[in-house]
Design a protein. Structure first.
Length: 111
């Protein structure tokens, strides 16, 4: 599926792009390298190491915590407008799910 997408987009790119007008700066190349190697590469590597060290329920809950964290960082770093009430309520629900999961895992270990 991905190969087909690359093939189709490559054909249209070669047909419709004016490569003489394409200017790629050093900053753009460094940004792409950072996003590819540091942010994605190391991020996924460390995430997968963490996956092997937690229980599946904890992993599922923390996987959903990425969304409120992304919204929080967009609010703090990028200055985007955020409905803080919804963000806090959603985060509390996720943290409650995490505590329920933790409590159930303790009971499973006692049996």
């Amino acid at each position: 599926m991905f190969f087909g997408a690359v093939l189709v987009s490559s054909v249209f790119s070669f047909l419709l792009t004016d490569f003489t007008a394409l200017v790629i700066t050093q900053k753009q190349v460094l940004t792409l390298l950072y996003l590819g190697i540091i942010a994605s590469g190391l991020g996924f590597y460390f995430w997968n190491i963490g996956v092997t060290k937690v229980e599946t329920g904890t992993l599922a809950v923390l996987n959903n915590l990425k969304i409120p964290l992304g919204i929080l960082f967009a609010f703090i770093i990028l200055g985007e407008s955020v409905d803080l009430v919804k963000l806090i309520i959603g985060s509390i629900i996720i943290l409650i799910a995490l505590s329920i999961n933790k409590r159930n895992n303790v009971f499973k270990k006692l049996k």
